[in-house]
Design a protein around this ligand. Structure first.
Ligand code: PEP
Ligand code: MG
Length: 747
């Protein structure tokens, strides 16, 4: 195939297929393949390097280099030309290898005799498997046709590797998807779980990468593409009035489905001997490799769309649907690239854990996982490439770590951890109905944060004394369209029913920043966290706020009602919102609806400015709740969504605690009830320190109530306060070291 023509390509692929069908052991098969390729390409050398582990490549077979270097020559990812190809996922084609960037001389191979070098990554759907190299003595650059031909061969090798063609006796490669692997991601929801993988989108298996009738393959591809286009058009028609984001994705699908470039490349792959499905996968693999390099968020999303579309096409071609016939394991851990809130709610509590390749702490999937209290790890890169249905898997939501196919020692350490957590849970159940009274007699009110109906069973289970923060936006976020007023009335009424007279603080819609409604026109803001969000949207577009207030009043139907406005930065905003409530009450009265028996109206203190509002504001506001998540991000100017900075500043930083103390003092002076409802309220050490600063109501996720109560029962707040004061006096940055030491001494 020295010229790399299509017919030569097909001939080589035909010979590769014979090699694949032979009953040789893995190593012999790979040796034969390198010989075939060198012969067909007219080069003196053909070598296959495969990954030994994630960082090391090993020469596994060669034609032309010294045979004794096989399985001896190794290089690290990024090292030498081979390592460069593997790392970048890009072809290196040079007539003069020794002078090329990154060249590393490996005397044991005898490669110094060869001048030209062509290295092609062997990769499949984002999984890097190795590098295919041809070298020759004469200094020449390989033609575009030859490069293309070798890319097709590399694709076939990747498929063969996936099918296990190189394993077995004298194995060149250890079997794929069998080794243990660890993934470091981020915490989406705390908790630990052990179970078996359930892939939301199971992998498609291509069993026939090579085909000998290109016309037939082309026909199959065209038929499948047609089916795909019709399907996409139908989805587009159906969602014309719906979700804008979904429409955008479908438009992108249609664009790709009609893309001439995409079709042309797949046709060319087929002409060179690949089957239709292998051609789709080859283009998909290259798009995935590009996705890894691209930084631009928009482009990445479009590449992800292409990836989804390719999956659909593969499913049409192979007839492998999402339904693989496999049964959901008894202890399923869902593994997916991403998942929508609707799909996740459908799985519901049957899942023991969730691992996402994408996702984020604030994503809708994370919100639902939290509501269902299912341990979640986000950003577990490449997990969908590695995991197979049924694999044993451990999810550590506290650390954001996932162990796939773990070693026995890891399993036993992990089980110890789960057992310890179970013990602790049992202890928490025993104190569930006890009031949280500290050793020095302070009664702390522990309430919970909620947002979905799925949260409410926790109200009795956790021992929460009420709902200190009901995030109403979650209902808006998990849907594809704006909920109707009647739906909201029904929902809020069910929440109040479930609370059985316990106080529920309904926070009005807090959208904007990281919470973007799928059906609202996105606003392109330079800094959304400081932008048009929460009460600012509510006051500028009062229609939704009025609808929500009406729904709340009707749902209360004569019962007590508590409403809280988010993100109030100055008194005037609170007054304007309060005026909306008064107007709505008046309207509802005229319409003959029952009015709430009592009405409490409060505000969240999430910006430092509100802490310095005039005294009059503190006198008139019904209550205040510190939204520590936002307050902290503005106090320290550190974006809560930005992994680089979000953990940089400690809640137990002296300046922050002093600020909290000031807010407590102002509220005490005016008799304004105060609570704290950010995530820190649910962290035991932080919670007791907040209590020491004078906060008497803490609102947290239900699972935190036990641990927080348990520590409060063992704490003397007066002593704690003394330590904090002494530390502040010393001028330390954070009181954490001293407090941790104090608790350690107390046992
Ligand atoms: C907060 O900011 O602390 C808060 C409770 O609100 P959210 O996390 O919903 O912004
Ligand atoms: Mg907030």
């Amino acid at each position: 195939m020295a010229d790399g023509t299509e017919s030569e390509s097909r001939k080589l692929l035909g010979r590769l297929r014979e090699a694949m069908a032979s009953d040789e052991a893995g190593q012999a098969r790979l040796d034969r393949i390198t010989h075939l390729i060198a012969d067909s390409m007219g080069t003196e050398v053909c070598s296959v390097y495969l990954f030994r582990d994630a960082e090391t490549l090993e020469l596994c077979a060669t034609e032309g280099l010294k045979p004794e270097s096989v399985h001896q020559t190794r290089m690290r990812l990024g090292e030498g030309l081979v390592g460069r190809v593997a790392k970048s996922g890009k072809v290196v084609n040079t007539p003069d290898a020794p002078s090329a960037k990154g060249f590393r001389y490996m005397p044991e191979t005898g490669e110094e005799r060869f001048s030209s070098f062509l290295g092609i990554p062997i990769q499949r759907l984002g999984e890097k498997l190795g590098v295919l190299v041809v070298q020759s003595r004469i200094a020449r650059e390989f033609s575009a046709d030859e490069v293309y031909a070798l890319e097709v061969v590399a694709m076939v090798l990747a498929e063969m590797a996936e099918l296990g063609a190189f394993v077995g006796e004298g194995a060149a490669l250890s079997p794929l998807h069998q080794k243990s692997a660890m993934f470091r991601g981020g915490t989406g929801q705390e908790g630990a779980a052990e179970g078996h993988v359930w892939l939301h989108e199971p992998r498609v298996v291509v069993t026939n990468p090579i085909a000998d009738d290109p016309h037939r393959e082309l026909e199959r591809l065209n038929e499948a593409i047609e089916e795909l286009r019709v399907g996409v058009d139908r989805m587009l028609e159906m969602s014309q009035n719906g979700d804008k984001e979904q429409l955008q994705v479908l438009e992108a699908y249609r664009m790709f489905a009609n893309s001439k470039g995409w079709m042309r490349r797949m046709e060319e792959d087929i002409a060179r001997g690949l089957s239709a499905e292998a051609a789709v996968e080859k283009e998909q693999s290259q798009a995935r490799a590009r996705m890894e390099q691209v930084q631009d968020a928009y482009l990445r999303e479009r590449l992800a769309d292409l990836d989804d579309l390719s999956n659909r096409l593969l499913r049409i071609l192979t007839g492998q649907g999402k339904q693989t016939g496999a049964d959901l394991p008894v202890d399923p851990i869902l593994v997916a690239r991403n998942i929508g809130p609707g799909d996740l709610l459908e799985y519901g509590r049957s899942l023991k854990g969730i691992v996402l390749e994408e996702g984020s702490v604030g994503s809708h999937a994370a919100i639902v996982a939290r509501a269902l209290a299912i341990p979640l790890v986000v950003h577990a890169e490449r997990i969908t490439t590695e995991a197979l249905n049924g694999d044993h898997i451990l999810v550590d939501g506290d650390q954001g770590i996932v162990h796939l196919r773990p070693e026995d020692s890891v399993v036993s350490a992990f089980r110890d951890k789960i057992a310890m957590q179970a013990d602790a849970q049992a202890r928490y159940v025993s104190i569930r109905d006890k009031p949280a009274v500290t050793l020095d007699g302070h009664r702390i009110n522990l309430v919970m944060n909620a947002g979905l109906m799925a949260d409410l069973p926790s109200l009795t289970g956790s021992g929460a004394e009420g709902v200190g923060l009901f995030r109403t936006e979650l209902q808006f976020l998990v849907r594809n369209q704006m909920p109707k007023r009647s739906e909201l009335v029904a929902l809020y009424a069910r929440v109040l029913d479930a609370a059985q007279g316990k106080r529920v603080v309904f926070r009005t819609l807090d959208i904007g920043s990281d919470k973007v409604l799928p059906y609202m026109k996105p606003t392109d803001e330079p800094n959304p966290a400081l932008g048009w969000r929460a009460i600012r949207v509510g006051l500028d577009k009062p229609g939704i706020m009025r609808m929500q207030l009406q729904a709340l009043i009707r749902a209360a139907n004569g019962r007590p009602l508590t409403i809280m406005f988010p993100f109030v930065a100055q008194a005037e905003e609170y007054r304007a919102a309060r005026a909306e409530v008064d107007k709505t009450i008046e309207r509802e009265r005229i319409l003959g609806h029952k009015l709430p028996e009592t009405l409490e109206i409060g505000a969240m203190l999430e910006t430092p400015s509100l802490a310095f509002a005039p005294q009059k504001f503190f006198d008139e506001v019904g209550f205040l709740s510190i939204g520590g998540n936002d307050l902290k991000q503005f106090f320290f100017a550190a974006d809560r969504e930005n992994e680089r900075v979000r953990r940089r500043y400690d809640t137990l930083n002296c300046s922050f605690l002093t600020f909290i103390e000031k807010i407590v003092e102002r509220c005490e002076e005016s008799g304004t009830p105060l609570s704290f409802c950010g995530e820190d309220a649910g962290r035991p050490i932080e919670a007791v320190c907040l209590a020491a600063m004078g906060i008497r109501t803490l609102s947290m996720r239900p699972a935190s109530i036990g641990p927080v109560k348990s520590l409060l029962l063992r704490t003397d707040l007066r002593q704690l306060r003394e330590i904090i004061s002494a530390e502040r006096h010393k001028g330390v940055q954070s009181v954490r070291p001293a407090i941790t030491e104090w608790f350690r001494q107390q046992g």
